[in-house]
Design a protein around this ligand. Structure first.
Ligand SMILES: Cc1cc2nc3c(=O)[nH]c(=O)nc-3n(C[C@H](O)[C@H](O)[C@H](O)COP(=O)(O)OP(=O)(O)OC[C@H]3O[C@@H](n4cnc5c(N)ncnc54)[C@H](O)[C@@H]3O)c2cc1C
Length: 218
């Protein structure tokens, strides 16, 4: 594993939806495989937090998607950084990797809640694949902006708290209605309740555990 620890400079912070920010920063030659995550810290603060890489393998800058946890220790500080500020970056880490499944030529299903869509943004930006389905679960309609860069035919936006999405309800409720090929490789990213529920549903549908990759945020 390559571990890089050096100061990086912030390139910019963009609020893409209320409470959701894309933080971009220097790449400094850091190599990663799409699906991996970084650990980020601010000089002078002792805590670090993990964030999936949002940018593609070929982008000039690195970017992460941060949902601000209002009472949280680090997320609100990271999104207040300004252009030129220093950031501690270590990594890349993780095995939430798309490449083996692409090489296997199997159907792909990506399921995310909220900011868990971040590695899928990196997948789709890195590889020009179109044969996948992305189910994205959010509470509110305005979080659907997170899937604006995906082809509409690939995305099902499941909005539980308001009507107006592609599906009104939880992403797992939508999954329970979905007929899928047992050879599908499934990627689950976001909160652990969704991941546990989706895992059980997929097993009941006959998808072997070895074909289900998970990235738990909290
Ligand atoms: C491998 C990995 C990858 C991650 N990638 C991302 C990412 O790409 N984007 C991202 O926003 N977060 C991501 N997280 C979560 C992130 O590391 C932090 O936990 C989060 O930003 C909160 O940090 P904090 O210091 O503000 O809150 P803390 O003071 O650490 O409080 C933690 C509490 O915040 C809540 N929480 C944590 N993450 C979220 C979230 N995403 N949405 C809602 N509530 C949350 C939980 O209830 C948790 O108990 C990832 C976590 C892991 C383990």
């Amino acid at each position: 594993m390559i571990v890089v620890q050096a100061p990086y400079r912030v390139h910019g912070v963009e609020e893409v939806a209320p409470g959701l920010f894309v933080l971009s920063f220097d790449r400094n030659g850091l190599e990663f495989e799409t699906g991996q995550y970084l650990s980020l810290g601010i000089p002078g603060h002792r805590k670090e937090r993990e964030y999936s890489i949002y940018s593609s393998e070929s982008d000039t800058h690195l970017a992460v998607l941060i949902k601000v946890v209002p009472e949280g220790a680090m997320s609100s500080k990271l999104v207040e950084l300004k252009q030129g500020d220093l950031l501690h970056v270590s990594g890349p880490y993780g095995y939430f990797l798309l490449k083996p499944s692409l090489d296997a030529g199997v159907p792909l299903l990506w399921i995310a809640t909220g900011s868990g869509v971040s590695p899928f943004h990196s997948f789709a930006s890195t590889y020009p694949v179109s044969e996948y389905h992305l189910f994205h679960g959010t509470r509110t309609l305005n979080e659907r902006v997170l899937v604006r860069n995906f082809p509409p035919k690939s995305v099902v936006s499941c909005v539980s708290g308001e009507s107006g999405g592609d599906f009104h309800g939880r992403v797992t409720t939508y999954l329970s209605t979905w007929e899928l090929d047992r050879s599908t490789h499934v990627f689950l990213c976001g909160n652990c309740d969704m991941i546990y529920d989706a895992f059980d549903l997929l097993q009941a549908k006959g998808v072997p555990a070895a074909q289900i990759l998970t990235e738990v945020y909290y």
